[in-house]
Structures are given as C-alpha cells and as structure tokens.
Design a protein around this ligand. Structure first.
Ligand SMILES: N[C@@H](CCC(=O)N[C@@H](CS)C(=O)NCC(=O)O)C(=O)O
Length: 376
C-alpha cells in the first residue's frame, strides 16, 4: 500500500474515533441519523456509516462504483433546478449535474437515485452519507465549508439573493431593503437567505417580521395567500417561481436590481475524500472546458479525433481520467449523455427566462465567471 494512502486511511480511522466519541454523549445509535427536519439540526455531528464505507473502499468513488448508482440530493421543488415530475423523474439544472456525475463515474447518466431534501435536511444527508453528493441550490459559505463536515465543489451557478413583492403594495424593480419597514417577509428555514435578510434589515434599522418555512412550496403558498408581503430567496428561484405561478402577471416584482448577497451554488460532498471530490469537480470542469471549445451533446462524436485538451478530455488520450479512477471516456459520456455547460444551462434555465449572456454565469471570455482550470 502506498504510504500516502495508508496515512489517509489512518486519518479516516482516527476521525471516526473522534466522531464516535463526540457522538457518544447524546447519540448511542450507530446508524446514520435520519435527515434533520429543523434548521437547528444542520449542525449535527456526522454519523459514521458512510465514513466506514469510504474506509473500506478507499474512497466513496469505489463505493459508488460498487453500488452502481449515485445517490444525489436535490430540492425536488426548485423550479428549473430540480423538479420532481408526476412520473417520479427529476428534471432541471441541478438534476442534470447529478446525471453528469453518474455518467462520468458509472458510464450511465440514468444511474441516479434522487433524494428530495428540504433546505434544513440537506447537509445532514451529506454528513451521514445518505447522499454521495448534494446538488441542491446550496450556497458555498465559510461556516458550511469549515464547520459541518462538508466540502464544496466548483460553483455551477452564481446567484444572489433578491426579494419579490407586489406592485400594488408599492414595490418596484428598484425597491430595496429600506422599503421593507413593517413588511412580513417569508423564506425557507435553514438557508443563507434567512440569515441574510435578518442581518440586512437589522443593519439598516428596518423592522420586519421574518417567517421561515420548511419547504419552498409552503413559502409560495403563503405568498400567494397574501400572508407574506415579501418572499425572498436566490434570484433564480424567484424568477422560476414567478414564471411558474404568475407567468403573465405584472403584479409580482423582483428587486433590488443588485442582489443583497452572493450565493455561489454548486455541489457539496463529505469532507476529506479528495478522490471523490476530484471525480465530482472534474465532471463539472469538463462540462465547462468542452463548452469553451463548442463541443456539445449534438456534435461530440465529430470531435473524437481532436488532439490537445479536447482529445484528452474525450478519452483519445484518456490517461488523466484513468489516473483519477474514471474510465478514459468518462467525460465523453458526460457530454454525450447529458451535455456541456451551455447545454445544461440553456435547456433548463432559458425556458424560465434565465440567460447566460451578460450574467455572472457567462463564459469567462465573455465577461462571466464560468471558468475552469486546464485539463492537462
Ligand atoms: N441558496 C440558499 C437557499 C437555498 C434554498 O433552499 N432555497 C429554497 C427557497 S427557493 C428552495 O430552493 N426551495 C425550493 C423551492 O423554491 O421550492 C442556501 O443554500 O441556503
């Protein structure tokens, strides 16, 4: 066994020991905790089952390959990002990134077991190993990255928090925090958006009533019923919900023009498993790099003989993929079965009116932030 691997395994055994000790006072059960149902539980200590699975297999990458399916956490009700359909299938930008990882790791984009999670449940599901990866409009923050046993992958969607109000209440596209005095503001429990709005109004000396709900559907029902003056969350979710619930209505208005926060959304997985992290991260990077070259789902077969970076990523010279534990054609499978970044973005987000052009999600050569390290 390589020394580095041995050291890593020892570190994992030690971390399990620490976790077991930390849990012993209030949690004698060895089974993974059920997903949390309250916001407070998002900081629960990790259970050990997934980590044991990782130790035995060396990495979650081996465990997922042995299982043959990817367990992927999603929202299930985030319009255009992950929506559970009547037939049980899940569609959307985040759902497609679950499929992309399955295509890379398992050669089959359909080998995904989706798990719908509320905002408050999602991080416990990562910590316990209930999901291998979370693709659930989850914002990368310092506390989440450092406090609760998780690592974050590359940002797939640069978002920011905005608010939705009614024109008849006096709100317009240029309204701001200062206009919220006395408003009943609704959002989801266990989110950055809940914290951001509380902080922003407090700092501005504006008094609001903040009501937090477990699911997005509850928030929107409250807003529709008139029980909330304002609904606030990631701007993309406001746009999606407006299109879904009030497509032709000018009454709902989104503001302020510049979001009140940064919400970089992307994959989340258990910490300290860099082999697994590499598999997820380079899946995302491959969709970005191949997009730069114009290699997409429709034309990928025409590029197979291409030299250089495209050839390396598509498997002609696929040593980089095999070295990281994937098949040489792992990223060919991603593009062929799911698509490149633009394919995934445009097919899911254009229909609700979200476009890359002019946004932070544009290609870096077009003034955006979507950028990948080189494949070499
Ligand atoms: N990005 C924020 C918010 C994520 C979040 O859960 N947003 C809610 C409010 S839109 C959501 O996605 N709900 C699904 C829905 O809109 O139904 C975070 O990571 O805390």
């Amino acid at each position: 066994m390589q020394k580095s691997k041995l050291v890593r395994l020892l570190a994992l055994f030690l971390s399990i020991g620490v976790v077991a000790t930390a849990c012993s006072s209030d949690d004698s059960d060895d089974a993974p905790a059920a997903p949390a149902t309250t916001a407070a539980a998002t900081t629960a200590a990790p259970a050990t089952t997934a980590e044991v699975e990782v130790v035995q297999g060396g990495s979650l990458l081996d465990a997922v390959k042995a299982r043959g399916t990817l367990n992927c956490g999603v929202s299930g009700s985030a319009v255009a990002f992950s929506e559970t359909q009547a037939d049980g299938s899940v569609t959307g930008f985040d759902a497609d990134y679950c499929r992309a990882v399955a295509a890379a790791v398992l050669g089959d984009a359909n080998a995904v077991m989706f798990m719908a999670l509320t905002a408050a449940e999602r991080f416990t599901a990562v910590q316990t190993g209930d999901v291998d990866v979370l693709m659930r409009n989850s914002t990368w923050t310092q506390s989440r990255d450092t406090d609760v046993g998780m690592d974050f992958g590359p940002t797939t969607y640069y978002d920011g928090q905005q608010l939705m109000g009614r024109v008849s209440d006096g709100f317009s596209g240029t309204s701001g925090i200062a206009d919220l005095e006395g408003a009943i503001v609704c959002t989801n429990a266990g989110t950055t958006t809940e914290k951001n709005i509380a902080e922003a109004t407090e700092l501005a000396g504006v008094n609001i009533t903040l009501n937090s709900f477990e699911t997005g559907d509850e928030v929107w029902q409250q807003f529709l019923d008139g029980a909330c003056d304002i609904s606030t969350t990631d701007g993309s979710a406001l746009v999606g919900r407006k299109v879904k619930q009030q497509p032709d209505d000018e009454e709902w208005v989104i503001f302020p023009p510049t979001p009140i926060s940064k919400e970089p959304l992307g994959p989340v997985y258990g910490q300290n498993d860099s082999t697994w992290a590499d598999a997820v991260n380079w899946t995302v990077y491959a969709t970005i790099i191949l997009d730069e070259y114009g290699v997409n789902q429709a034309n990928v077969d025409d590029w197979l003989a291409e030299p250089g970076e495209v050839g390396r990523l598509l498997g002609g010279d696929g040593e980089l993929q095999t070295t990281m534990g994937l098949s040489a054609d792992a990223f060919y499978n991603v593009i062929k079965q799911v698509g490149n970044y633009s394919d995934i973005y445009n097919s899911n987000l254009n229909p609700v009116g979200l476009y890359r052009e002019g946004s932070a999600n544009a290609h870096w050569k077009e003034g955006g932030l979507i950028y990948s390290p080189p494949a070499r």
